[in-house]
Design a protein around this ligand. Structure first.
Ligand code: ZN
Length: 206
């Protein structure tokens, strides 16, 4: 028989109503009775799925940073760049802030989030009560709004539509790797059950 989640009390993040969330059967969700906001879900093996998606996302991000992202050709002149090279080119052009944003929001924050998620899953799976587990779990929540990977891929697609009329553009393998990374990254974050995670950390740390 599959395990039920633990019941807990919380405030609705949308309307602040105090709620008693009952033990949930696998595959079920709980939402606020007043505003309909989803409060939590309980999927079978959600934490393992989150780790599997996170590992896949990390490999895809590595591929996305290693191969050409886009190549342009116009009037006989061509240029080919990887994702980190685009950030570096901006830095060399003096666009320090933009270059920082690319490295930070597109590469560094998603990589940190995936690293933290995998470290937490490893510690919980192997029952390692590391002293900084609570800090890692808190960072996982606090860093999430600063990851703009999905915004970036939409921005690139919009730019491509505009640039297509001005130059010959070839989409590189890294573009597809980054698009697949965004899907796996989103799936990894969506499979984190925060209540389960904090319960497991609390239990491990006694
Ligand atoms: Zn509500």
């Amino acid at each position: 028989m599959e395990a039920f989640s633990k019941p807990f009390e919380t405030a609705c993040p949308s309307c602040d109503l105090l709620l008693k969330v009952p033990a949930l059967a696998p595959g079920s969700r709980a939402s606020c009775g007043r505003c309909g906001q989803e409060i939590t879900f309980h999927f079978h093996n959600a934490q393992h799925r989150a780790a599997a998606f996170a590992l896949t996302a990390l490999i895809l991000l590595l591929l996305a940073c290693s191969f050409p992202f886009l190549s342009f050709e116009r009037a006989g002149f061509g240029n080919e760049m990887t994702l980190p090279q685009t950030g570096w080119a901006l830095y060399e052009d003096g666009a320090l802030v933009l270059s920082g944003l690319i490295f930070g929001f597109i590469i560094a924050v998603p990589t940190s989030l995936l690293g933290i998620l995998l470290a937490l899953q490893y510690a919980l799976h192997r029952r390692r009560a590391w002293p900084h587990l609570t800090l890692l779990a808190r960072l996982l929540t606090q860093l999430q709004p600063w990851s703009m990977a999905e915004v970036f891929i939409i921005g690139v697609i919009v730019s491509l539509v505009k640039l297509a009329s001005m130059a010959d553009i070839v989409i590189g393998i890294a573009f597809w790797a980054y698009a697949a990374f965004v899907l796996c990254f989103t799936a990894a974050l969506a499979n984190i059950d925060r209540h389960d995670l904090w319960d497991a950390i609390e239990e491990l740390q006694g």
